[in-house]
Design a binder for this molecule. Structure first.
Ligand code: PEP
Ligand code: MN
Length: 339
């Protein structure tokens, strides 16, 4: 960490900052320049709060060099991580993995028909919520365990794996037999009890970025899961809330290369929640693959107009088929493939 002092910082002020840093356990190296004194502080503790130094008299700026996350950091595994979801489906390798399905499981017929159509086009994972974190308590909340059963059956019949959202630590054990991957939704990215509970299981976790979360906060949430012993974490960029109103969220495609640089964990993109509009999903899915995403999470419905949730952003089966064809052209251009 580097502490830059103000131009007019007095010697007692500089000495006070040095004393505080030493008290906090840092090894301090002072460099007195013509106009500024700069203090190099080595040995940052993980619980260090830069504001404790920033607020001292005479300090201009504190620049942190080490990252507050360790296990999620690229340094931990420079070669990158491949998360094995089962049945040969590996996220983070050369293949771009597509998870597709409805926003929510609604009925046996609905999930069967969607599973069959997305499997035919090359999706490897069936997505669908059985527990829905809806903004309004008066809207469809999901079928619960019954929905998970229907999803498992539909996936097995069509050679797919299952990813579904877990909202509460109390649901984890019940869900394990039905799912291959546990999804943490945007609204729960900072539910630390849930993250800790997921650190104790072996199944992969799909961790979605909170709608107002920075990339650093996303990686710190991954750190919660990993520090419990579960290293099978896949990150998901699903759009953040900005001042823009033409789209439901702003899909932060730049987060993909940024996360690739700072973390070894695979990152997939969700252009459905990222845009909120069906016609915007294919272009953003194509862009995400071009930007290096390890996979996609896409909402597809057999009858989007009558979907119980997120119909407007769900692709028709034919649109999904067309998108998969396009992705098969784009992926090889960036050294990847779609299975
Ligand atoms: C979902 O994927 O079903 C979902 C609810 O997404 P998010 O948590 O990103 O809003
Ligand atoms: Mn949805």
């Amino acid at each position: 960490m580097v502490v830059v002092m103000q131009e007019d910082a007095s010697d007692p002020q500089i000495q006070h900052v040095i004393d505080r840093l030493v008290e906090m356990g840092f090894d301090v190296h002072r460099s007195t320049g013509a106009s500024h004194t700069v203090l190099g502080a080595v040995g940052v503790r993980s619980d260090f709060d830069p504001r404790d130094i920033e607020l001292l008299e005479g300090v201009r700026e504190v620049v942190r060099i080490t990252q507050p996350f360790k296990l999620a950091s690229r340094h931990f595994r420079p070669e990158g991580t491949i998360v094995d979801v089962g049945k040969g489906v590996r996220i983070g390798g050369p293949e771009v993995i597509v998870a597709a399905g409805p926003c929510a499981v609604e009925s046996a017929e609905q999930i069967q028909s969607i599973a069959a159509s997305v499997a035919k086009c090359g999706a490897k994972i069936l997505r669908g919520g059985a527990f829905k974190p809806r903004s309004s308590p008066y809207t469809f909340q999901g079928l619960g365990e019954e929905g998970l059963k229907l999803m498992r059956e539909a996936a097995d019949k069509n050679g797919l794996l299952v990813v579904s959202e877990v909202m509460d630590p109390s649901q984890v054990q019940m869900m394990l037999p039905y799912v291959d991957m546990l999804q943490v939704g945007a609204r729960n990215m900072q539910n630390y009890y849930l993250l800790r509970a997921l650190g104790e299981v072996k199944k992969p976790v799909l961790l979605k970025r909170g709608m107002s979360a920075t990339i650093e906060e996303l990686l710190l949430s991954a750190e919660y899961i990993m520090s419990g012993g579960n290293y099978n974490v896949v990150l998901c960029e699903r759009g953040i809330r900005t001042f823009e109103t033409y789209t439901r969220n702003t899909l932060d495609i730049a987060a993909i290369p940024v996360i690739k640089k700072h973390s070894h964990l695979p990152i997939i993109a969700d252009p459905s929640h990222g845009t909120g509009r069906r016609d915007k999903v294919p272009p953003m899915a194509r862009a995400a693959v071009a930007a290096g995403a390890d996979g996609l999470l896409i909402e597809v419905h057999s009858d989007p107009e009558h979907a119980l949730s997120d119909g407007a952003q769900s692709l028709y089966a034919e649109q999904f088929a067309q998108l998969m064809k396009e992705l098969r052209v784009i992926a090889p251009a960036v050294g990847r493939n779609i299975g």
